[in-house]
Design a protein around this ligand. Structure first.
Ligand code: SF4
Ligand code: SF4
Length: 632
C-alpha cells in the first residue's frame, strides 16, 4: 500500500479502484480528506488512514489531513470549509451516505455561489453507488443528484480512470468554481486494474478565508450556478472522457447501429461488441453531467438505431430520447424503455450480451453458464462465531414481553432481525431505530425496543435519543457497543481513543452522552455475561420512560486479532458427548455457527470457533468444556 504514496511518475501498479482514487487525490495535491465509512468505498479511508499512520510512525508529517468523520454531513462540512479556505478537499461517501450529506451539499451550493471566487480550492465529492445493493439497503442511483444540484459529474469506467478523473476533477472544480461529483459503482471501486502513476501534487497546506461570500439573493445565486453550468457544457464537449470507440469487426449489415454507455457498462459493451465481431461505434461517456450535447447529437445523426447500455435508471436513455426527438425522431433508441435492459439489479457481461446480440440480429456470444455440479452447503446469514451481539440478543430474548416491537439499525447487529432471533420489525437508515421505537410505542402502546450500534449512535443516534427523552417516551434503547465501525472494516469513531491519523484522541463514552442528554436509566453491561445482561434488561424494560442499556464488549474478531498480535493463545472448546443430551439449544436457539450436528451428535468446528466460551453458560448441562480439559 505504501507505493500509493511513494510510487513515482511512470511506474505501474496493480491496484484497487478505491486505492486509485487516493493516488489521484494525492497527484492533485489534496490537502484534506474526510469521510464516514461505507461499502463500496471504505477502502479510500482505510488507505488514507494507513498512509498517514505510516508517515507519522517514521516521525514525519503527512502531506494531508485525514479523518473518519462522525457522519457524511460532518465530513462534507469540513471539506466545504477547506475548499472555501482555498484548500483541495476530497469527500467520499456511499450512495445512501449522500442522503445524510444532501442538506449541506444542496444548501451550500445555493448559499455560497454568488461570488465567483468563493470556491478557491477544488472540492470533489465521491459518491459510490451499489447496483445490486450487495452492501446497501437499496439500489439508489445518485446520478440524478448532479442534475438536481447543477454540478458537473464524472463517471470512471475502470481503475485508470478512477485515478485520472479524481485528479482532473479538482482542476475542473477550481475552473468552474463548483464542486465536482465523481460517481462510481461497486464494480469499479472494488476491482483491481493496471494503473499508470502520474506525478504527486504539492498540497497548499494552509488556507484562509476573507470577506463574506454569502448572499441572501437566492435567485441570483441560482442564476449564477446555471451560468457556471453553461461553461461546464463546454468542458464536457471537449472532455477526453467523452469519446467514440470504433470497431471494425468485419461483419456489416444493412442497419447502422451505434451503442452508448457509461461507467462499468462501457467495459461490458466494448467486450460484447468485439465478441459479436460487428462494425459499430461506441459512444463512451465519462463526463455525464452536463452531457456533451453536440457530440451526442452528432452521434445520433450518424445512426438509424442507438442502443443505450447503463445500470439502474434510464438516466442517459431519457436524455438520448429527448435529443433524438429534437433532431428528427428518425433514430430508434433501444434500452430500458423498450424492455431490452433491466432497470433493477447489477449488470454483468451476460446482462448486456443478450440484448446487444438481439438488436444486432446475431447469436448471443456469451453461452449460458452451466450450473455448478458442486453442492454447496447452505449457510444462514448470521453474526460471526463469538460475536457479542448474539449474546445481547440471546439475553434480551429471554426477558422481553411477547408483544414487544423491535426497531433495528444499520450495522452487523441488524442480523439479529433474522432467524432465530427475529428481533426487527423495521430497519432502514442510519439512526432510524430510536425514532422508529418511539413511533411504534406511540402508535401501538406496546413495549418498544431500539437496537443501535456505537458508530451509528455517533452518526445519527443522538438527536432521536434527545427527542425520545424530552418527550418522555417509554422505550428501551440498546446501544450495541463493540468498539468499532465493524461492518465496514473496523474503522474508528468518536468512541475510540485514536483518530484516523493514528494520534491520541478523546474517547467519548456513550453512557456519559446518554446521561448528559437526561436519561434516568443508564446501565453498562458486558453481554458476554448472559445472566447479568438478562437482569439488566429486566430492569430496563420495567423502567417507565427511556431506559438505555449500553451492551459493551469488543468485537470478537478484533479481540482475537489483538491476542494473536500479542502471541496469546485462543482457547478452543469441545463437547463432552457423555454429558450432551442433544437439546440443540446451542444450535437452534443460541445459534453460534461454530456448532454442527452429525448423526444426532453435536460438535464444535475448531476452524470457526472463536474461543469466547460464552456457550458454556448457554448449555444447561455443562457439556461444553475447554479442549483438553478433564472430564468432570
Ligand atoms: S446446549 Fe449443551 S446439551 Fe444442548 S446440544 Fe448444545 S452442547 Fe448439547
Ligand atoms: S466458544 Fe462457543 S460460542 Fe464461542 S465461538 Fe466457540 S462455539 Fe461459539
Amino acid at each position: 500500500m505504501e507505493e500509493i504514496l511513494t510510487g513515482k511518475e511512470g511506474e505501474r501498479y496493480f491496484l484497487l479502484g478505491n486505492e486509485a482514487i487516493v493516488r489521484g487525490a494525492l497527484e492533485a495535491g489534496v490537502d484534506i480528506a474526510a469521510l464516514y465509512p461505507g461499502t463500496p468505498m471504505s477502502e479510500i479511508g482505510d488507505v488514507f488512514h494507513a498512509l498517514a499512520k505510516s508517515v507519522l510512525d517514521k516521525g514525519e508529517e503527512p502531506s494531508f489531513y485525514f479523518e473518519w468523520s462522525a457522519n457524511e454531513k460532518v465530513s462534507l462540512d469540513i471539506c466545504i470549509a477547506a475548499s472555501l479556505s482555498g484548500l483541495r478537499a476530497l469527500c467520499p461517501m456511499k450512495a445512501q451516505g449522500f442522503n445524510v450529506a444532501a442538506d449541506s451539499f444542496l444548501d451550500y451550493l445555493t448559499a455560497c455561489n454568488l461570488v465567483e471566487t468563493d470556491i478557491k480550492g477544488g472540492l470533489v465529492l465521491v459518491c459510490a453507488d451499489d447496483p445490486g445493493g450487495t452492501s446497501s439497503v437499496n439500489e439508489q442511483d445518485d446520478r440524478y443528484i448532479p442534475i438536481l444540484a447543477d454540478v458537473p459529474m464524472l463517471e470512471p469506467s475502470n481503475c485508470q480512470e478512477m485515478k485520472d478523473m479524481t485528479k482532473k476533477a479538482f482542476g475542473i472544480a477550481e475552473e468552474l468554481h463548483l464542486p465536482v461529483f465523481l460517481r462510481t459503482v461497486n464494480r469499479v471501486n472494488l476491482s483491481r486494474g493496471d494503473l499508470l502513476f502520474g506525478k504527486l501534487g504539492v498540497p497548499r497546506r494552509k488556507g484562509d478565508i476573507k470577506g463574506v461570500p454569502i448572499s441572501f439573493d437566492r435567485t441570483r445565486c441560482h442564476a449564477n450556478i446555471l451560468k457556471k453550468m453553461e461553461k461546464a457544457k463546454e468542458f464536457s464537449e471537449k472532455s477526453e472522457y467523452n469519446r467514440v470507440i470504433k470497431f471494425d469487426g468485419g461483419k456489416t449489415g444493412h442497419r447502422r447501429i451505434g451503442v452508448v454507455a457509461s461507467s462499468i457498462s462501457i467495459s461490458y459493451a466494448e467486450e460484447i461488441i468485439r465478441e459479436l465481431g460487428v462494425e459499430a461505434e461506441l459512444l463512451a461517456l465519462g463526463f455525464t453531467n452536463p452531457l456533451p450535447e453536440m457530440l451526442c447529437k452528432d452521434f445520433i445523426n450518424k445512426f438509424d438505431e442507438i442502443i443505450v447500455v447503463e445500470e439502474l435508471s434510464p438516466f442517459l436513455e431519457t436524455q438520448f430520447l429527448k435529443m433524438a426527438h429534437e433532431i428528427s425522431d428518425k433514430t430508434k433508441i433501444w434500452g430500458k424503455e423498450t424492455g431490452h435492459f433491466p432497470r433493477a439489479g447489477e449488470y454483468r457481461l451476460e446482462t448486456v450480451a443478450e440484448p446487444l446480440a438481439k438488436v444486432f440480429g446475431m447469436d448471443n456470444p456469451i453461452p449460458r453458464r452451466e450450473g455448478s455440479r458442486i453442492e454447496l452447503v447452505a449457510r444462514a446469514l448470521t453474526n460471526c462465531p463469538g460475536c457479542p451481539h448474539r449474546n445481547t440478543y440471546y439475553a434480551i430474548k429471554q426477558v422481553v414481553p411477547k408483544d414487544a416491537i423491535f426497531a433495528n439499525d444499520q450495522g452487523c447487529y441488524l442480523l439479529g432481525g433474522l432467524e432465530p432471533y427475529k428481533m426487527s420489525h423495521a430497519q432502514y437508515s442510519m439512526g432510524a431505530s430510536i425514532g422508529l421505537a418511539c413511533g411504534f410505542q406511540q402508535a401501538t402502546g406496546k413495549p418498544s425496543i431500539a437496537f443501535i450500534g456505537d458508530s451509528t449512535f455517533f452518526h445519527n443516534g443522538m438527536s432521536p435519543l434527545a427527542n425520545a427523552i424530552h418527550h418522555k417516551y417509554d422505550i428501551t434503547v440498546v446501544v450495541m457497543d463493540n468498539g468499532a465501525t465493524a461492518m465496514s472494516g473496523f474503522q474508528l469513531h468518536p468512541g475510540t481513543d485514536r483518530d484516523a491519523m493514528g494520534r491520541e484522541a478523546i474517547s467519548i463514552k456513550i453512557e456519559d452522552v446518554v446521561r448528559g442528554l437526561g436519561a434516568t436509566f443508564v446501565e453498562v453491561v458486558n453481554p458476554n455475561n448472559i445472566a447479568e445482561t438478562r437482569e439488566v434488561f429486566k430492569r430496563a424494560i420495567a423502567h417507565n420512560g427511556v431506559s438505555v442499556v449500553v451492551s459493551k464488549a469488543l468485537c470478537r474478531l478484533m479481540e482475537n486479532r489483538e491476542k494473536r498480535r500479542k502471541g496469546l493463545k485462543i482457547t478452543s472448546y469441545e463437547i463432552d458427548q457423555e454429558k450432551c443430551d442433544q437439546c440443540n439449544i446451542c444450535i437452534d436457539i443460541y445459534a453460534c455457527p461454530a456448532f454442527y450436528e452429525v448423526d444426532d451428535k453435536i460438535y464444535i468446528d475448531d476452524v470457526q470457533c472463536a474461543g469466547c466460551g460464552v456457550c458454556q453458560e448457554v448449555c444447561r448441562v455443562g457439556a461444553i468444556r475447554e479442549k483438553g480439559a478433564e472430564n468432570g
